[in-house]
Write a protein that binds this ligand. Sequence first.
Ligand code: TYM
Length: 336
Amino acid sequence: MDTMTEQKQRVLSFVQSSGTPTLGNYLGAFRNWRGMAAENDCIFGVADLHALTVRNTPADLRRRSVELYAWLLALGLDPEKNVIFMQSHVPAHAQLAWVLNCYTAFGEASRMTQFKDKSKQHADNVNVGLFTYPILMAADILLYQADKVPVGDDQKQHLELARDIAVRFNGLYGDVFKVPEPYIGKKGSRITSLTDPEKKMSKSDPNERSFVLLTDDNDRIAKKIKSAVTDSEALVRYDPANKPGVANLMTIYSCCTGKDFDAIEQEFAGHGYGDFKAAVAEAAIAEIEPLRAEYQRIVSDKATLEQCAKNGAEKAAALAFKTLRKVMKKVGFWQV
Ligand code: TYM
């Protein structure tokens, strides 16, 4: 096939500015974003509109948004070649979300497990935004006619909803939206909590020992991994159903070193969990340390960050507007 005429695929994904990114975000999503960036036409964003579904101090939300934007650059994503922007800088997201709200059934949105979980977590603030959040996410994706959306396992159901909405809309109005495919990595798509391996590792977990943050220093990373919950068998074996804590640490180790589970089992045959955890910590540190250094360099350069975010928003807005105009025409808005 003539590679010169082959169309690049459009890859798109976002991270919510709800806190400092974790090792889970990195292994489940960021790593794949970076891996796909060279070969594809990529759009990456910080979803600050989504972060408003829980209460924030305005100054904190602003700081976290800038920091996450800096993290995307620290990963090595190139703001010249890729589009890297803030969701709230492009009004088309909220505009398309409104239209898509009107094409989503209440029952469909009610089935989202993340809504059910978050409603329990934030029982004092179950707002309508939390309920319609997946529809805003569908707008994020469909605006850019994305082919592939690299996400962790927890976003799979939201992606399915985006696909259903796209198919429904196309059925009514012709081919308006590309129907996106999820891209979920074979390993690392669900990194679990270090203190409760049945739960996903999450930056909003109140127990700080449950997650590794990308900003944690080496000592902290080592301490958290060494105190991770395992079991009493003292055997490094991949068995997620019966040994979820060990399986999680093996996954982290495998993602950071490239070794497969068989090789890891052999490497630690006859060793206790102490040696194994020390090796996992060392591998995680080797992965995170250079990223953290790059992040610290970038986050202090506010002028460059602002310029990149402005350029990114301009490029994103131009792409988004094309789809939005088409949608507005199709649904029957008067265009003058
Ligand atoms: P967010 O900010 O919770 O997470 C960002 C990405 O990290 C993945 N992830 C994980 N992967 C593996 N193990 C974990 N423990 C883990 N925790 C998080 C998530 O699956 C995600 O890929 N709603 C989205 C952001 C969003 C979005 C979008 C994504 C908004 N619009 C459009 C894709 C397309 C979210 O809150 O991700």
